[in-house]
Ligand binder design. Structure first.
Ligand code: PLP
Length: 409
């Protein structure tokens, strides 16, 4: 069967390959510390599970939902968004609308489909979420990358951003808090970014805020449109329940933007997937979003503790150059090129990318599974997750430090 060139162009996931290898090692009885997870290892809030239970016997929970989602949920999500971001948009001449989709990933995919024409450029700030490049490619777009660095905690300057933008750049994706860097861009950065957008009046923004609530250090994330709410006229906001309610399998995402955009988005969704899961939408209508912060409090404490442990172990092992302060989401990026081990792989040729090879050796020699940076647009690096329980996490970090400082075999 001849497959379409479009689907053939979709890249293989390096993460999946490594996960397969980790599973094989586990089956062979080896101890594996899986630091690849992009989800909290908890059940969702009890109050939310009760809301799901309360809807189970109702016919409506099993029938088609309206294509853009139940009106009550869409309005509730907009009210939550405006309140949590402390936004008053009464002076902005636009109607902010919301469409419910099958997860944040689906929201980003549909959004790109509604915004880009073949040949349009989309600016991405590296490290970026692995799915953006593939989705951009799938819709015929091209990506232009703004490089990030460990030494400034992956926060690019406005000059870096400007140098990636050309007259073909239609959209820039800003993902704060960021997967995989585990930081959110500071308020000052957001102020400067709001000014930059005024210099580029045609540029649209996709603001992926799926990790907004998962910030474990103050100040909490802020956004460019808080500086100038008029910017909401050319901003699409992505949100969802996967991360904040610890339910990655329940697949609900929110896309918020001006109503003329959400109308077009609704057409695309109507002819492809229809409305998202009725049961979960209805449970979300019943659920008090005010519970989210209380629910996440223990997760925040846990992430803070693991981040502190990491700092201590890296500093003691002489890996201070690889460390930076994470603030949010579940992740940390390690820059292999700043470890004593790197020379062994690069043999002086630092321009190559040895991420996969290093991650594979790390897994085989220490049992620690991480995600190579290649797919995040960061050669010679890897992402690992901070969610593991404290004791196995400490053990995994000890093993990593021995490996990175080249003290194994
Ligand atoms: N955006 C980012 C940056 C993510 O990391 C993820 C998931 O890992 C998503 C969006 C999509 O999440 P979901 O499709 O589970 O809602």
């Amino acid at each position: 069967m001849e497959l379409s060139s479009r689907v053939k162009a979709v890249g293989d996931s390096v993460t999946l390959k490594l996960n397969e290898k980790a599973t094989i090692l586990q089956e062979e009885g080896k101890q594996v510390y899986n630091l690849t997870a992009g989800q909290l290892p908890f059940k969702p809030p009890k109050a939310f599970m009760d809301c799901i239970g309360g809807e189970l016997n109702l016919l409506k929970s099993y029938q088609y939902a309206p294509v853009p989602g139940f009106v009550d949920l869409r309005q509730k999500q907009i009210a939550y968004f405006l309140k949590s971001r402390e936004l008053d948009i009464s002076d902005v001449d636009m109607k902010l609308d919301c469409v419910v989709s099958n997860g944040g990933k689906h929201s980003v995919y549909n959004t790109l489909g509604c915004l880009i024409n073949p040949g349009d450029e989309v600016a991405l700030i590296a490290p970026y979420w692995v799915s953006y490049p593939e989705m951009i490619k799938f819709w015929g777009g091209k990506m232009c990358v703004v490089k990030g660095h460990t030494y400034d905690a992956y926060i690019p300057s406005m000059e870096d951003i400007k140098s990636a933008i050309s007259e073909k750049t239609k959209v820039i994706i800003v993902n704060s808090p960021n997967n995989p860097a585990g930081i959110h861009y500071p308020k000052k950065w957001m102020e400067e970014f709001a000014q930059l957008l005024e210099e580029y009046p045609q540029l649209l923004v996709i603001s992926d805020e799926i990790y907004y609530e998962v910030a474990y250090f103050d100040p909490k994330p802020t956004y460019f449109y808080q500086e100038n709410p008029e910017l909401l006229k050319r901003t699409i906001i992505i949100d969802g329940i996967s991360k904040k309610l610890a339910c990655t399998g329940l697949r609900i995402g929110f896309t918020m933007g001006p109503s003329h955009f959400t109308k077009a988005y609704g057409k695309l969704q109507a002819q492809t997937t229809s409305g998202a899961n009725s049961l979960i939408q209805r449970a979300l209508i019943d659920f008090d979003f005010g519970n989210i912060n209380t629910f996440l409090a223990p997760a925040r404490t846990h992430l803070r503790k693991n981040a502190a442990l990491l700092q201590e172990k890296f500093r003691d092992a002489g890996l201070a150059k690889c460390w930076y302060q994470t603030l949010s989401a579940f992740y940390f990026m390690i820059d292999f090129s700043r470890t004593p081990l790197f020379e062994k792989y690069s043999k002086g040729e630092a321009s190559g990318d040895y991420s996969s090879q290093i991650a594979e050796d790390l897994l085989v020699k220490t049992g620690v599974a991480v995600v190579p940076g290649t797919d995040f647009g960061m050669p010679n690096s890897a992402r690992f997750s901070l969610v593991l329980d404290e004791i196995p996490f400490a053990e995994a970090v000890s093993r990593m430090t021995l490996f990175f400082t080249d003290q194994l075999d």
